[in-house]
Design a protein around this ligand. Sequence first.
Ligand code: DOR
Length: 454
Amino acid sequence: MPQTPFDLILKNATTLVPNPSGPGLIEAGIDVAIRDKRIAKIGADLKESANKILDLKGLHLLPGVIDSQVHFREPGLTHKEDLETGTRSAVLGGVTTIFEMPNTAPSTTTQEAFEDKLHRAQNRCHANYAFYMGAAAENASELKKLELLPHCSGVKIFMGSSTGNLLVDKDETLETILRSGHRRVIVHSEDEARMRERRHIATDSQDVHMHPVWRDAESALISTKRLIALARKTGRKVHVLHVSTGDEMDFLQEQKAQVAMDDITVEVLPQHLTLFAPDCYDRLKNYAQQNPPIREKRHMDRIWKALLDGTVDVIGSDHAPHTREEKDRPYPQSPSGMPGVQTLVPIMLNHVNNGRLSLTHFTQLVTENPRRIFGVKNKGRIEVGYDADFTVVDMKKQRTIENSWIASRCGWTPFDGMKVQGWPTHTIIAGEVIMENDTVILPHRGQGVDFETR
Ligand code: DOR
């Protein structure tokens, strides 16, 4: 019986695959063949026939990049972003899968609101998608059921208030939530009580340079200490989002050493690895305002150290678009947040080219680690049987990031004007090239992501 041809063979790339003799990834000169949306064969110089052969000579083939923290604003705030524009921005930036946050309007805190998002996502998303369920005092006892809904990436807790009205600031409620369910909870950690006490610093000064003084390092550390104490008391796994302080990194490193692998996991953002105070506020004003804030360089340096020593597990973008009109309001009426899903890959590839981290390490932080930590089924690895999602990058390509390239409805990026080396050239989802040459060529191919929930 003659074998049917493969649908696609990706040839001649430097391909990042799991290291066969230990943890991590290695670069290998191997081809990848795809059939029925899955990786069907991997090997050096595959000679089999295929309906299509894509020659990726000179390029790197990575597993599809997962951005596990984005805010896409639908429903309710679609003047800033919607699922179509947000996922368009994702695939133009080489991101194949996004997990979207619950601080929309209404907040995603019920099965009905969650299913409404899934309904809206169908046939409109360019990237694969999953959604977080928001935690609140009102749905605490329901969360053990809600976290198991199909395409739910987990439960998100805001310990400090940010955009939207989700907030869990009392230890008692937090403990009830941590006891309701068993999947990893995902946490925005800033201490609400301390920030309320200090809010006058922002309102009195009306100066965005004071944003990291108002929401200071102590606010983050107090909250993270409360969170970890409760996580250890209840035995619940936690993922601490966008850690922005060296103080938390010291604490988290020490705590991680005392618990089982992955009981406590840590995310950082490209903006906290790239921008620092006061320079970012001098240049970008309110466009650098985000929560938790961008801080002085000594924090950035310590975050880099934590990334290199393995304390950091995941890089997410915290894509949080706001319109220029909103950002131009006088501080602190200006909202916090900046877009990032489209710039995550180029900004981090530029750091790779500058020798800050290896390409395999970066790839691990946005594919293999989120796969393992969130229990993503069939994604995040180049291995037979996995979904044929890939991010293809040109490590030599030099580009200037410009606002005009940004597909997010907000239309701006804090990295406008930055010259980078390293660029996503193709985004491949389920074995189809959906982005090439900075253009979405096959729209709306994103599907809901499945998770191991046991
Ligand atoms: O700066 C932020 N903006 N931090 C958050 O936690 C939320 C986000 C948003 O949704 O705007």
